[in-house]
Design a protein around this ligand. Structure first.
Ligand code: SAM
Ligand code: SF4
Length: 326
């Protein structure tokens, strides 16, 4: 069992497969100096399997593949096939644009749920945010996944000044479709020009939704990052990920490995443990995993105050989101 100093049991691992992406979301990928890591610096499929097996032997029950865009990794199918053999719930977070190419693989690997990112229901805004004209492809793929009975969570980064125009439309789509829409408060990472005025809090969004819909609060799962609601009579649900206005670090069970094999015990933590280098040197990685967890901070990677309005983006030491793996 992997437990930290605050008695939090960690059984959920997020593995980034690449820092490369076919989109250019402004809040995730810095505009300048985009240098993708050479393939030799990335964990190779057999190394991912070996590292994942060690985490599973230490109690990990769920693995999420992420990136960058996980499906642009050329060995994506091989990695999924290898991890599908482990006794864990396997899932992924994706921008959705390549989903139609891998539907058969997901079914074969027993993947039943996916998180698909979609920040706008309007083609123009989608293009402005991602710099790619792929709204229709992503939407078609969401419909394809629904047709094949996948459980879909839609991740929407709630950018102040943009999301207000679409908040109600996102709730509206949950009327007929069994989608679970999650509004994520905008978080600070290297190079994403974060400042507190760009955060629209969950409370403000909820107030706006309540003006239009009758809403009930749903029960949240243990370790949930999202606070879940439903508009009465709707098939789907909506939720808020309140990292900035009300963090949920007290029940955190998550660990991350970057595409280049560094363990991060927190999305915001600056400390990293070189699991891949250690594995390649023929040494044991379990002591490093335990040490990383031992050093985990109580909240927000120890990097900024829970009062997000006091957070200073230029004082936070971290990678960009695309290089961490969301
Ligand atoms: N490419 C995949 C995707 O877009 O879903 C996986 C990687 S992406 C980094 C993972 C998630 O992080 C996405 O849902 C994305 O919207 C979210 N994300 C990225 N930057 C963010 C930020 N600054 N604040 C909040 N969420 C962010
Ligand atoms: Fe790519 Fe996902 Fe980041 Fe957008 S959020 S740039 S799709 S990794």
């Amino acid at each position: 069992m992997l437990q930290d100093r605050f008695q939090r049991v960690h059984d959920y691992l997020r593995i980034s497969l690449t820092d490369s992406c076919n989109f250019r979301c402004t809040y995730c990928m810095p505009e300048e100096n985009i240098q993708c890591m050479p393939n030799a610096h990335l964990m190779q499929p057999d190394e991912i399997e070996t590292i994942a097996k060690i985490f599973v032997s230490l109690g990990v029950k769920k693995i999420r593949l992420t990136g960058g865009e996980p499906m642009v990794r050329k060995e994506f199918a091989e990695i999924v096939e290898r991890l599908a053999k482990l006794p864990v719930e396997l899932t992924l977070t994706t921008n959705g644009v390549l989903v139609h190419q891998y539907l058969g693989l997901f079914k074969k690997a027993g993947i039943r749920s996916l998180n698909v990112s979609l920040d706008s229901l309007k083609q123009e805004t989608f293009f402005k945010l991602t710099k790619r004209d792929k709204f229709q492809q992503v939407w078609d793929n969401i419909e394809l996944l629904l047709k094949h009975d996948f459980r879909i969570k839609i991740n929407v980064v709630a950018l102040n000044g943009i999301i207000e125009n679409e908040l109600l439309d996102f709730v509206k789509i949950t009327k007929q479709l069994p989608l679970h829409v999650r509004f994520i408060e905008f978080m600070p990472f290297a190079g994403n020009l974060w400042d507190s005025s760009k955060v629209l809090t969950a409370q403000k969004m909820l107030d706006m939704v309540k003006e239009e819909f009758d809403v009930v609060k749903l029960k949240d799962e243990p370790h949930a990052t999202a606070k879940k609601y439903k508009a009465i009579g709707h098939e789907g649900t909506f939720a808020f990920i309140t990292t900035m206005s009300e963090h949920f670090c007290g029940s955190c069970n998550r660990m991350r490995i970057t595409a280049d094999g560094k363990m991060k015990n927190c999305l915001f933590g600056k400390e990293e443990m070189d699991l891949l280098g250690t594995l390649r040197a023929g040494k044991e990685i379990e002591p490093l995993i335990r040490l990383s967890l031992y050093n985990k901070h109580a909240a927000l990677g120890g990097q900024f105050s829970p009062d997000y309005q006091k957070a200073e983006a230029d004082k936070i030491e971290n990678r960009s989101m695309i290089k961490i793996g969301g």
